[in-house]
Design a protein around this ligand. Structure first.
Ligand SMILES: NC(=O)c1ccc[n+]([C@@H]2O[C@H](COP(=O)([O-])OP(=O)(O)OC[C@H]3O[C@@H](n4cnc5c(N)ncnc54)[C@H](OP(=O)(O)O)[C@@H]3O)[C@@H](O)[C@H]2O)c1
Length: 213
């Protein structure tokens, strides 16, 4: 892989899942968390994923994955030194859903990804992973013979290519979803996937697929 070290910020469902899947795939990864007291418990049992505070993890990496609730993402970015993310790839996986999962906090004329780009203007923001559930991360299932798709959107071609490479390393099929503003469409798709998964009985194996007929 082109990327040498990835910081995953947040050690919840997606953060832990991504960090462990990346580590298992041989990618150098570090977790960044806000509560240093949780570090020992989080070191995934094998100790293969180091755990630092958020600023330390960002400083140690050349690609940063925000695995935080959308509102916390903006807050965390605003708390970092101005140059912390300059020139780094910043992956936004968020679905900015409301607390009851029945709507979006923002959308139509903007997106969480664009708000994150505005909060970290020097970063190369890439939208990815928002339409798959964390339960798929360890071993992505196959739909027939096709791998599960991960839609990747960014205004930065090289950064998008690096994230597509990462998606492939994790066993998913990267789909170029165009410019970052297409997150205005991807985020509602993530919300619909939550509806299928949690409210319409499909469970966490639900995932959208785009096909050429
Ligand atoms: N779960 C999924 O299947 C899924 C699928 C696609 C996309 N996503 C997106 O992925 C993101 C993470 O979701 P999740 O399900 O992994 O959430 P989660 O399990 O609730 O974990 C959230 C993590 O964010 C941390 N956090 C919250 N506020 C923070 C702050 N101000 N500063 C630092 N850390 C903070 C939490 O730390 P503490 O432990 O200290 O509270 C926790 O580690 C969300 O944007 C979600 O929309 C989730």
């Amino acid at each position: 892989m082109t990327t040498t070290k990835i910081a995953v910020i947040g050690a919840g469902n997606m953060g832990s899942g991504l960090a462990q899947a990346l580590s298992a795939a041989g990618v150098e990864v570090v977790l960044g968390i806000r509560d240093a007291g949780k570090a020992a418990a989080l070191a995934d049992g094998s100790g293969s994923v180091p755990v630092l505070d958020v600023a330390g993890a960002v400083a140690a990496a050349d690609m940063v994955v925000l695995a935080l609730p959308y509102s916390a993402s903006v807050q965390v970015l605003q708390g970092l030194p101005a140059a912390a993310l300059q020139g780094k790839v910043l992956v936004d996986i968020s679905n900015p859903v409301t607390a009851d999962f029945q709507g979006l906090q923002l959308g139509t004329t903007t997106s969480a990804a664009e708000a994150i780009q505005a909060a970290a203007p020097g970063a190369l923001v890439v939208k990815a992973f928002n339409t798959i559930f964390s339960q798929l991360l360890p071993t992505p299932p196959r739909q027939g013979k096709a791998p599960v798709q991960v839609f990747v959107a960014s205004d930065h071609v090289d950064a998008k290519g690096r994230v597509q490479e990462l998606v492939r390393v994790l066993g998913f099929e990267p789909v170029d979803a165009g410019a970052l503003r297409n997150s205005r469409f991807l985020e509602p798709v993530g919300g619909m996937n939550i509806q299928f998964g949690f409210f319409l009985g499909w469970g966490p194996a639900a995932a959208p697929a785009w096909v050429r007929l």
